[in-house]
Ligand binder design. Structure first.
Ligand SMILES: Cc1cc2nc3c(=O)[nH]c(=O)nc-3n(C[C@H](O)[C@H](O)[C@H](O)COP(=O)(O)O)c2cc1C
Length: 196
């Protein structure tokens, strides 16, 4: 069978598949819908969709202190650097920056996440890197093979950040979820509760 080639054929295939799962627990979640849209637009092929839907996801959540002040330009160049690498290694996640603090969630295949985190921990652009949680995660929740960037210094973000900053080495990634969710909400980052 030939793979669907045109955008219209891909759209029809997705519509049919989504209709089959409507109102069932298999109905696609937000990030899965984003993946399907990327497939429909021809940005990724079906093998990449399947590999990103793989549930064996490892995740690391950490916070750190920036060394010196971080300008918008420095943040953008960090993101550009990360984006290319992460895309090639099926890493997704989010990088948040506020008032000299970084919070990053990395998700992807375990070896890739571990190798990158080892490099990040040595990066002189930040210090006091504290692991909040690390381990097999419930499921991938960011569709992009890149890092998003949230940046805000509002009181809600400060409060959510303070709550996270006292967390360290939680025994399971699930325990970090409430802190992460509060932070994502405060930063206005759209996300969906992972399927269990
Ligand atoms: C807060 C922070 C987050 C980072 N996140 C990533 C990332 O998601 N992906 C990435 O490739 N590099 C990231 N980096 C950069 C890495 O630490 C490192 O500079 C990069 O992987 C290049 O390393 P190399 O020159 O040894 O290959 C981050 C750095 C900092 C300070």
């Amino acid at each position: 069978m030939q793979p669907p080639e045109s955008e219209d054929q891909r759209r029809r295939a997705i519509t049919a598949a989504v209709a089959l799962t409507a109102n069932t627990p298999q109905a696609p979640q937000r990030y899965e819908r984003q993946l399907l849209s990327r497939y429909q637009r021809g940005e990724i092929n079906i093998e990449q969709v399947i590999s990103l839907l793989d549930n064996s996801i490892y995740q690391v959540l950490y916070h750190s202190q920036a060394t010196g002040t971080v300008s918008e330009a420095q943040l953008q160049s960090l993101l550009a650097e990360a984006r290319g690498f992460n895309t090639r290694h099926q890493l997704t996640g989010i990088l948040l920056y506020s008032d000299g603090r970084f919070v990053q969630l990395l998700e992807g295949p375990e070896p890739a996440v571990r190798a990158l985190y080892a490099k990040i921990q040595q990066d002189p652009r930040h210090t006091q890197v504290v692991t909040v949680s690390e381990g097999p995660g419930p499921s991938r929740r960011f569709a992009d093979w890149s890092m998003g960037l949230g940046r805000t210094a509002g009181p809600a973000a400060a409060q959510a950040l303070d709550a996270l900053l006292v967390q360290e080495n939680l025994p399971a990634p699930e325990l970090a979820e409430p802190y992460l969710h509060a932070l994502l909400r405060a930063f206005g980052v759209p996300f969906e509760e992972p399927a269990r």
